[in-house]
Design a protein around this ligand. Structure first.
Ligand code: NAP
Ligand code: F7E
Length: 329
């Protein structure tokens, strides 16, 4: 049987980098969409990349943007993927309040452009959509696939729109299209302005004497935090299933931002209250207070279960940031 070909949008992001690693390990040829930038934005996948002239090269990168539907269609025709993992998005909730129109264009309409490109190019690919627990917003926990959407940010509204476009293309055109409703997942590769990574980088800087304080917003919000590489494995499992469907992916645990802060400082033997300060600029006009996912369906149908829970996750991230601080010293 010939090698499977996958296309990954958002390959330069946290999830894209882990997914690309896992697909390459499984023997896939992996194509990734990257944005042109005046500085390199490929740090997370540098270790996977080989010059395309190298006969061993299995990862291929293509310039493109989710705002450019024509380019998406021509790339699809050229690459002919069997699986498409659509991870590209303006993914920062706080930023989406500053840039609601751009977020709607990339995070919402970007999905439609890609679905429509698949349909027009008649590529019989299986499709994964990076849906989000943010879609549940104000709906009280626990949240499963039946819980109501009540989005609380332009980002979440855009993701709800994209979720329904995926359902519509599945029902209207028989596309094998899945929504993975992933709760927060983190790692040493997490973007540096998301709260977990901001905390673990600050703890590493404070523990090594390079910083003395950390400014945060709302410490009371509760999240269900898992470990990113386990969540990208769930994405792959969805596209191997017999039928296309939608799945919640979560640990089923709940910790507040304050809990995460405390655990991170305790990991290096420091008292968080001496270092953490409040800055209202990190508050959001509307907040998501409480998320706990019920991933029973993913466990039953896909055989997927989270194994890394927040206390272990905190240790992995703090240790990685301390090691990185040592390496750059
Ligand atoms: P991330 O690190 O922010 O990565 C986002 C990716 O999208 C990057 O590769 C980025 O490229 C790319 N991108 C942004 N705008 C684009 C555009 N206009 N055209 C093409 N590519 C564009 O996000 P992540 O944490 O890996 O999350 C992956 C996906 O899952 C996102 O859709 C996110 O919304 C969703 N999600 C994440 C979580 C989570 O907890 N991590 C939970 C649920 C859902 P650059 O590198 O050039 O910026
Ligand atoms: O915020 C609070 C903030 O930005 C978590 C994205 O991957 O997961 C992510 O969205 C909580 C919020 O992630 C700061 O108010 C306090 O309550 O790390 P975050 P998020 O908003 O949950 C979902 C599932 C996605 O889909 C998104 O793409 O932490 N918080 N102080 C802060 N947050 C930030 N960023 N910075 C602070 O200083």
């Amino acid at each position: 049987m010939s090698e499977k070909i996958a296309l990954v949008t958002g390959i330069t992001g946290q999830d894209g980098s882990y997914l690309a690693e896992q697909l390459l390990d499984k023997g896939y040829l992996v194509h990734g969409l990257i944005r042109r930038s005046s500085t390199f934005n490929t740090a997370r996948i540098e270790h996977l990349y080989r010059d395309p002239h190298d006969p061993e090269a299995r990862l291929f990168l293509h310039y493109g943007d989710l705002t450019d539907g024509t380019r998406l269609a021509s790339l699809l025709e050229r690459i002919g993927p069997q699986e498409i993992y659509h991870l590209g998005a303006q993914s920062h909730v706080r930023v989406s309040f500053d840039e609601p129109e751009f977020t709607g264009d990339v995070t919402g309409l970007g999905t439609t452009r890609l679905l429509e490109a698949i349909r027009m190019a008649e590529v019989p690919a299986r499709f994964y959509q990076a849906s989000s627990s943010e879609m549940f917003g104000a709906t009280p926990p626990p949240q499963d696939e039946q819980a109501k959407f009540y989005p609380r940010s332009p980002y979440a509204v855009a993701k709800v729109y994209a979720y329904w476009m995926v359902r519509n293309y599945r029902e209207a055109y028989g596309m094998f299209a899945c929504n993975g409703i992933l709760f927060n997942h983190e790692s040493p590769r997490r973007g540096e302005t998301f709260v977990t990574r901001k905390i673990t980088m600050a703890v590493a800087a404070i523990a090594t004497g390079r910083a003395h304080e950390l400014y945060l917003g709302n410490l009371d919000a509760k999240r269900d935090w898992g470990f990113a590489p386990e969540y990208t494995d769930a994405m792959w499992r969805m596209l191997q299933a017999d039928e296309p469907d939608d799945y919640v992916v979560a640990t089923g645990t709940s910790y507040s931002v304050g809990d995460f802060v405390r655990m991170a400082f305790e990991h290096v033997g420091l008292d968080w209250e001496k270092y953490v300060k409040f800055d209202p600029r990190y508050l959001r006009p509307t907040e998501v207070d409480d998320l706990i996912g019920d991933a029973s369906k993913a466990r039953e149908v896909l055989g997927w279960q989270a194994s890394v829970l927040p206390p272990e996750l905190v240790g992995i991230m703090v240790d990685a940031d301390i090691a990185a601080a040592g390496a750059s010293a």
